[in-house]
Design a protein around this ligand. Sequence first.
Ligand code: OXD
Ligand code: MN
Length: 632
Amino acid sequence: MAGLLLRVVRKHGGASAGARSLASVPSLPPAVADFVKGAVDECRPSNVHVVTGTPRETAAILAGLEREGTVKRLPKYENCWLARTDPKDVARVESKTVIVTRNQRDTVPVPAGGAKSQLGSWMDESDWQRARRERFPGCMAGRTMYVIPFSMGPVGSSLSKYGVQVTDSPYVVASMGIMTRAGTPVLNKLAEGVDFVRCQHSVGRPLPLSGPLVNSWPCNPDKVLISHLPDERRIMSFGSGYGGNSLLGKKCFALRIASRIAKDEGWLAEHMLILGVTNPQGVKRYVAAAFPSACGKTNLAMMKPALPGWKVECVGDDIAWMKFDSQGKLRAINPENGFFGVAPGTSDRTNPYAIATIARNTVFTNVGETSEGGVWWEGLDPPAAGVTLTDWHGKAWKQGSSTPCAHPNSRFCAPAGQCPIIDPQWESEEGVPIDAIIFGGRRPEGVPLVYESFSWKHGVFVGAAMRSEATAAAEHKGKVIMHDPFAMRPFFGYNFGDYLAHWLSMENRKAPTQLPKIFHVNWFRKDPDSGAFLWPGFGENARVLEWIFKRCSREREDEAGKKSTIGWLPQDGAIDTQGLSGVDMGALFDVPTPFWQKETRELRAYFTQQVGADLPDEVGAELKALEDRVHV
Ligand code: OXD
Ligand code: MN
């Protein structure tokens, strides 16, 4: 079969949309055809389908998935679908995610004393070749290989980049169709000869199956390997059909590979949301914000401000590509075309605009289902009387049960354009101008609601020092406070020390440069006695955005700010608390010296063990200055 297909590929100068319609499909641009031919030779699918991206094609793919039992229609909504995965395939698998470079130090700083790097996983080229040989040959037998031409960013924008993903998962095709701009317009762009990232993905379950599938969800958990070859601009992912492991445009391309391209080309690819905020006078500013996974990025990106007269509009909820323009303004695009958001906790109270966004054309994965053919998860109001629930395993579920109805990392995958507050500029080719960068994390103690860095260098240090409670988005368990510098720990495409140097270098650009201000926020501080959150969060975070807005407009350094050991804090009264009751601003802004002494000791140990000689001197000097200020 594979031989036959290869002959077909050669005859047409490229792979085509499958045996059914070989004659009617345009041939692929030569570089794409070479890539596809290589993948066909290796994976030996029985058919090849070049994705055009038409609604009719998407409907046919979803109908096929429904027939296979991989997704079911949710009749309560228009064109919404539910997938239940194999319970062994529910999250990103960081322990099986690697970057392949000639030298380990190109990927990660070499940790002290033979410890394992927490800043990425390097794989040696020959080990990777062996791993590839153990996985890919013949892995698509009996299946269709889909060829997805896709664009990260609006097709034609100077900030966009292109990719071609081959995959044997129609679920991935349906999801990439939402998360990226995919299909014929991108193929036309590729025909101009533009570079593209080569993305090869297989669920790793050739036909005939060697064992039964769970939930009709093909995957191969024992053999999962998500590998990146930044020098070749190539991604090869095997064994998982889930989220960031398989929708290769997202974490693999838009962060890991793109961060490396960005370093080479002088821009930034970051794990950041982008939002526009307009004050009651109609002045608008854009900010980009980096938070570790599952810290409420989507909620902040779509915030409904509690402050009268203020407006927030969403450009993106997960990834920002940013580049200084010729006037020196940092311009950002959201390279994605959809939201792949964590469902539990999303409700009319926490994120009404997300709820509106996911009401149609959405693929849900591992959420609960109602007897009315709707979706349900923890955080939503209980369903109406008489409506029963089925959990993410497909079993009857009752409130109060000891297991959750929806998996904690269950997701919605919805078109960004459906968001009622999508920013009018969200697809602008030149990107939106960024005035402020915000870092943040889940810090139950010691870290104030908001502070501003003293300088760009200090801001880079603040990003490097980020820590947060662990998340359900990956396989970590429990509530440990993990280091997550720049919220990029799982997503760095190259050595973190070099990444810091790249950020620092923005200050020394020869061209005009207006550096954005850098802030740190913490919505998650808790009362040590009661354990309750000190800050109401959600729409009330607009009060913090207002202070940030004012700081960006300030004429004088000390306007609305007071200097503390860790950065500029709001002066008393500078944050509008009108209408808020029971909020202890004193506790929220306390900067306890013993806490910061411990924090700096912890940071020094982390930098010493994990970054070592690769830590730029400027960042070391910022740590020393903080130690001196808190008297370690
Ligand atoms: C995500 C993540 O899915 O950060 O966005 O894990
Ligand atoms: Mn993310």
